[in-house]
Design a protein around this ligand. Structure first.
Ligand code: GLN
Length: 493
């Protein structure tokens, strides 16, 4: 397959399909061939079903021939294995669900199906989305296509590697504390975590329900906008889904015209995001990106998010608390792993859970159960909820002074596999710049901004509630004058 196809944007692929330059079956087959070639090394996909995938491609071709195509009809996507997809093995990266075949579709999956998109397969991830390196997956780690000795980030590591290695046209991910944006930074692509409530969580396996949000992982902001048009929207089956009018996220994307297309845009730079702990190489790339934004006409404003340093401790009280409750459903009774031998019901519960969950998941269940226990609830859980509110208020104040916030996505570039595996706190710090937005429910994205020692670096853009369209415009303007988002790892052509 020529580079022009694997590097094509979703709009270009749509155009090629419409003009019959390529059929969906051909396009899909081309990606399946690449997957066959590279997946044994990269381990991005953990479930493939070529028959199902090609049947969808055939149906898409029929739809295109009938003149009934939508923007994403016939385009092949990778789906994170956190989304239930009917008839597909859906494991969430866990031994607990290693043999679980979903009996229904998640909202996100049915939205892609409805527009005739093709599902290439399910992607690897940290177990129950807990991690920043994909190393907690029961199905093994994922290699970063830029350097096979390094991690792709997590928890959406399989989707990240699939996008970076061009093993799909684009992918879905979920972000509870950074799992779309941090891998986007470490693998060099564009990822967006929408405002909480914009994308339905129905059929998306729950980790921390008040923080979990699905979003697009793609090459460019334009691609993310097209995917948001499919993913966002009200769904009565998720009680936190927001009933808002449908938006066209591509509406503002236009070619950069004039010398200062972003004139009037106020960009907040939080001083806390440029302090100690940020790798010097990452800092340099982010500063260069900010300089580019100045050239585009944006005005920089110094802001402060004084409670942001509390976001990691607050998250590691609240997310485990919610996880301990959500994961209590895995009891070996109705579905999921059940131990082979047991004495009585309690023994069956205990052995099934002891065998089915990995170490990181158990750590979170222990912490979560502890902070919710009668004697400690007020001291930990309630206190964390109060600070969560303060963190959200910091953003409300900040957005009085600026339209978007910029800073680094992750404190470092991709690290070596194994490097942080025995140090959970070091691993948790990967999300130091992303977690606050989840706690506040705000949208955040990461765009490729350059390289440090040959490894990709992302620039984070945080927006106000429901301001995704503006964030995508801001990202798109930068991508019109730079080509970092088109860079492709060597050796996987
Ligand atoms: N790395 C964070 C964690 O382990 C965030 C994960 C996520 O966003 N799913 O909880």
């Amino acid at each position: 397959m020529t580079n022009s196809i694997i590097n094509a944007s979703l709009a270009q692929l749509s155009q090629m399909l419409a003009s019959k330059q390529v059929s969906s079956v051909e396009l899909t087959q081309a990606f399946l061939t690449r997957i066959q070639q590279h997946n044994p090394t990269i381990n991005a996909y953990i479930a493939l079903d070529n028959e199902k995938t090609l049947a969808q491609a055939q149906a898409a071709d029929a739809r295109i021939a009938a003149g009934d195509a939508e923007a994403l009809t016939g385009i092949p996507f990778a789906q994170k294995d956190i989304f239930c997809a009917k008839g597909w093995k859906t494991t969430c990266g866990s031994k607990m669900l290693a043999n679980f075949v979903a009996p229904y579709d998640a909202h996100v999956i049915s939205q892609f199906d409805a527009v005739g998109a093709v599902n290439l397969g399910k992607t690897n991830m940290d177990e129950f989305a807990m991690g920043s390196s994909n190393e907690t997956s029961y199905f093994g780690g994922v290699k970063n296509p830029w350097d096979f000795d390094r991690v792709p980030g997590g928890s959406s590591g399989g989707s990240a590697a699939a996008v970076a290695a061009r093993l799909c046209a684009a992918a879905t991910g979920t972000d509870t504390g950074g799992s779309i944006r941090q891998p986007a930074s470490l693998c060099g692509f564009t990822g967006l975590k929408p405002t909480y409530g914009l994308v339905s969580r129905y059929g998306m396996i729950a980790f921390a329900s008040s923080l979990d949000q699905a979003g697009p992982m793609a090459k460019s902001a334009e691609d993310c906008a097209l995917m948001m048009n499919v993913m966002a929207g009200f769904d009565a089956r998720d009680s936190t889904s927001l009933d808002r009018p449908k938006e066209d996220y591509t509406r503002g994307l236009s070619a950069v015209t004039g010398s200062q297309p972003l004139k009037g845009l106020r960009v907040g730079l939080p001083k806390e995001y440029f302090a100690t702990g940020l790798d010097a190489g990452v800092s340099k790339v982010v500063q260069d990106a900010i300089a580019e934004y100045r050239k585009l006409g944006a005005e920089m404003v110094d802001i402060s998010l004084p409670n942001s340093q509390l976001s990691i401790p607050v998250y590691y009280v609240l997310a485990p608390a919610e996880a301990s409750s959500n994961l209590s459903r895995y009891d070996g009774v109705r579905y999921g792993h059940r131990t082979a031998e047991y004495d009585d019901l309690l023994d069956m519960y205990m052995k099934s859970r002891a065998e089915g969950f990995g170490a990181e998941v158990k750590r979170r269940i222990l912490i979560g159960t502890y902070v919710l226990s009668a004697g400690y609830y007020d001291a930990y859980y309630l206190k964390a909820q109060q600070i969560r509110r303060l963190i959200a208020q910091d953003f409300t104040e900040a957005f009085k002074q600026c339209d978007v916030i910029m800073g680094p996505t992750a404190p470092s570039t991709a690290f070596k596999a194994g490097e942080k595996a025995d140090d959970p706190v070091a691993m948790y710090l990967q999300d130091v710049y992303t977690i606050a937005t989840n706690l506040a429910g705000l949208p955040g994205m990461s765009i490729p901004a350059g390289f440090s020692n040959g490894l990709p670096v992302g620039l984070q853009i945080i927006g106000n509630y429901f301001d995704e369209a503006r964030m995508l415009d801001v990202a798109h303007a930068y991508q019109q004058v730079t080509d970092w988002h088109q860079a492709m790892p060597k050796g996987i052509e």
